[in-house]
Design a protein. Sequence first.
Lengths: 405, 405
Amino acid sequence: MTLHPLDQNDVLAAKKAAFQIPEGVIYLDGNSLGVLPKHVPDRLQEVVTREWGTSLIKSWNDHSWIDLPQRVGDRIGRLIGADKGSVVACDSTSVNVFKVLAAALSLRPDRKVILSDNGNFPTDLYVAQGLQALLDKGHELKIVAPEDVEAALNEDVAVMMLTQVDYRSGRVHDMAGLTQLAHDKGALAIWDLAHSAGAIPVNLSGAGADFAVGCGYKYLNGGPGAPAFLYVAPHLQEEVASPLAGWMGHEAPFAFDLDYRPVTGVSRMTVGTPAILSLSSLHAALDVFEDVDMNDIRQKSVSLSEVFIQEVERQCPQLELGSPRDPQARGSQVSFRFDDGYAVVQALIAEGVIGDFRAPDIMRFGFTPLYLSHKDVVDAAAILADILATRRWDKPEFKTRAKVT
Amino acid sequence: MTLHPLDQNDVLAAKKAAFQIPEGVIYLDGNSLGVLPKHVPDRLQEVVTREWGTSLIKSWNDHSWIDLPQRVGDRIGRLIGADKGSVVACDSTSVNVFKVLAAALSLRPDRKVILSDNGNFPTDLYVAQGLQALLDKGHELKIVAPEDVEAALNEDVAVMMLTQVDYRSGRVHDMAGLTQLAHDKGALAIWDLAHSAGAIPVNLSGAGADFAVGCGYKYLNGGPGAPAFLYVAPHLQEEVASPLAGWMGHEAPFAFDLDYRPVTGVSRMTVGTPAILSLSSLHAALDVFEDVDMNDIRQKSVSLSEVFIQEVERQCPQLELGSPRDPQARGSQVSFRFDDGYAVVQALIAEGVIGDFRAPDIMRFGFTPLYLSHKDVVDAAAILADILATRRWDKPEFKTRAKVT
């Protein structure tokens, strides 16, 4: 096997060995579900058989289960430019969106507009719609095109709520710039980092973001449905209340008082008993990032995606690039549009190249520099080209939509 | 080893072998964290290495991850008298309380009282307080003594929200009777089954309960922080909206529409991506219940707790029973009150008898008929008596409060 020239000086090359990549698979879907880090099964087994099985209830103290949301939060915080003690890992991204959106609206009681864009992941918008209906106070969810967010920022806007990296196109918003513009108008900024955390360098603190949420199971490799995370800027932590006031966010959960009193800090945004098994998997998965510089990840991500675009465009003229051409305007994923994209993606999967499809016509490929090489992406492009050239996608079995796409 | 006479005809005796009980431990804390079923580690390992590690993203379809909340829900439903398709396993109990309470209030828009009692688990009350503050519509959380609930039911009450089995005393509410009284006044009934599910026979459907929630990590043995469950009565499922409108509750989550449209049935109460690892552990743990009749569990539970009370009262006159004396009025736990209860519980734990403590003076012992014998409870009572007689609890190391009690 000859090395691709760009793989020769890859400072992250050794990291691939930390992951269990199935034989014969080129996995371009780490933006949907990250690959299993090899040490996670043993670690989880230890949590199950030793901590749960043997120490049982004592593990809440002896194995610090009780602090796991904060410990995982701090590990993630390091990757997204958050101060220590500003991030907790808990619940799902959707539930966390609810918490930060309700908290943000309560800080701007005289304003009624929640501004978002149509590149936001739909669940964020659904959560906003649900909250709107629940509050029944005349809030308006204003959904504009991503490029129109800036113009839509005005003094009616209570909260600007955006996903930094578009889940389909990979388009990146200017977090610092838009946050500043929102603040200039007196609005608060919520950032969803689902496709950012572990994928690109993020500096929440530097950008002045007020709130953020994100996902543990994509680029952070925490496992299917891994707990999400939530950030509250330090200066807001004592001001905000969680709409989901649960015992884990109480000042003294084991006093069993009848009255809720929020604990100091971001921990007040935790709610119920943490899902220790899923959270332990995420905690262990983050080991892989401990000695990694997000700038190295970014550099390789750009290189991988540039090579992929170049190879696909050279060999597949029938495909249309669905992502920004400027790598600085993209996250760590690339989309190509094709009417029969669903079938093409199924054909690719059948041949070991795993990407995914997003309606109506988007073939989506994620680039995870920790476990992909340039050779991988060149090979993937070649297989894609061959499938298109031979129309191997044009089979009934590739056209039947599965429940989860 | 001689069998205790009552262990000789124990129809559940063989079940103990299904659990990993640590050597030298008598575990009377299954009401706080259930013991590890022996087959769970292998099953979880399979989910991690084969489903996540090898099938990766395809497992959402190929291993039906996407239906796991419903599949686990139906298994739990069988234990609590819920129709198929009425229960989902998701999120934490606290988050689920929020969902059903908000949904219930929306069905009684002209009423302002949430009625609960001071035997409710505090997080349920905290959630109600948080929702009250969020809605800001003049709702009143009325907290009465458990015996005063009936008298407090009137036509101002929108929702009666109770935990069936008191987490400290084990006192059981009459679910069918109180639900009927609530309905007579036009109120809805929410039942928290945290200390009921898997502990006592429950018949949600027969009792006419409107909503219920409960816990996966206590008597159901799902593992630390296992996902909780949520029940909506069939006739209400199409009427209610979830205040946490997330993509998993959408009619077509993978259409990625910008507008929320709830799916039919109880699944609309799911929110974000399910925590597959924690949920898989709970799913596997429920295997143990597949061939079990809840009436057998109840019969043995009463027998265990009666023997325990008898043995403790005979040997420990300094302790005061903190639970109803009538076994029909108790769940599957027994409490004794003692001023230095915290230290006594720590001394017990040091000698392998694991119970827990609840402020201010409650020593709490849970009875889990699947993995406890009468000999276990007789031995536990003898050790307790000996610790009291010798004052072995009276040591500084037993008086320092841990973070989690």
